[in-house]
Ligand binder design. Structure first.
Ligand SMILES: Cc1cc2nc3c(=O)[nH]c(=O)nc-3n(C[C@H](O)[C@H](O)[C@H](O)COP(=O)(O)O)c2cc1C
Length: 280
């Protein structure tokens, strides 16, 4: 049992956004975890990108899913009630394409969930394609507007792509965020050496990014706010490293692409290490 945002969670292992659908298929896993970050929800439904969407590299995957989701209305009406029946600790991952969209999505969801995770790594159409998350002023603007719309825990999910997560974390917290989750995927690409053309450009996740993710979490540890650490966690000892780096909880992403039951094993292994750690 852990306490975050004055709420109790059965353990510190969460499902990361986007890799487990909405957690409706592997109910055993969805039920066992401390909480769930949903797939990124946008205002309107999105088909996502054409294939290839996932490409396996030597130590992780590059994805270019493109935020496929049914849109906030359909999510709230048909999907959310089903998830709630399995595990009611739900953070909706909110992906806006403008500052106003973040607010609209949060207003639509209301107080029917545990909290929100703001995905500030989406292209900002109005700002000419720049990423929100690399711009502390833009993130501050989003958080301030969203803060007025909800009293629920507000977690900002940071990118560490070409920017210092500390600067964006501070801007988020000063603007009213309650916690930080990190890291989102980092830029990656792969080439087909026969056609000499790129196969995919997208976000790299998995074991390849773990040391970098750990560094980013450790960089924020003195902020003394809840930090949910993620990036390449495949085992309980990986998760424990994130706790040692300063995370209050962890999230499992790419590991479930290899083994959907991985979170069950990770919870067990992490609990063992946390217990053992008390005596070291
Ligand atoms: C296929 C895939 C889809 C993802 N979709 C989202 C998303 O919709 N929103 C989001 O904030 N992060 C998304 N992520 C990022 C993960 O939640 C996580 O931050 C990242 O993959 C690092 O953790 P991992 O190495 O354990 O996968 C996605 C990652 C993958 C691999």
């Amino acid at each position: 049992m852990i306490e975050l945002f004055d709420l109790k969670f059965k353990n510190p292992v969460f499902l990361a956004s986007g890799v487990f659908g909405f957690g409706l298929k592997y109910k055993l896993v969805t039920r066992a975890v401390g909480g769930i970050f949903t797939k990124g929800i946008t205002l309107l439904p999105r088909m996502g990108n054409p294939p290839p969407r996932i490409y396996e590299t030597c130590a992780g995957v590059i994805n270019s899913v493109g935020l496929e989701n049914p849109g906030v209305k359909e999510f709230k009406k048909h999907i959310l009630p089903k998830i709630r029946k399995i595990n009611n600790r739900i953070f909706v991952n909110v992906a806006g394409f403008s500052v106003e969209e973040y607010a609209q999505i949060i207003e639509e969801i209301g107080d029917t969930v545990t909290g929100f995770e703001l995905n500030v790594s989406c292209p900002n159409v109005k700002e000419g394609g720049a990423l929100f998350g690399q711009n502390p002023k833009m993130v501050a603007k989003i958080v301030k507007i969203v803060r007025k719309k909800t009293k629920l825990p507000l977690i900002v999910k940071l990118t560490a792509n070409f920017c210092d997560p500390m600067i964006v974390a501070k801007a988020s917290l000063e603007s009213g965020a309650d916690g930080i989750s990190l890291i989102n995927t980092i830029y990656g690409m792969a080439f087909d050496i026969h056609t000499k053309k790129p196969i995919i450009r997208g976000g790299l996740s998995g074991p390849a990014i773990k040391p970098f993710a750990l560094y980013c979490v450790h960089r924020l540890k003195d902020l003394k706010v809840p930090i949910i650490g993620m990036g390449g966690i495949m085992s309980g000892s990986d998760a424990y490293e994130f706790i040692l780096a300063g995370a209050s909880a962890v999230a499992i992403g790419t590991a479930v692409l290899r083994d959907p039951y991985a979170p069950l094993r990770i919870i067990k292994e992490l609990n063992f290490l946390l217990e053992r750690g008390k005596n070291v």
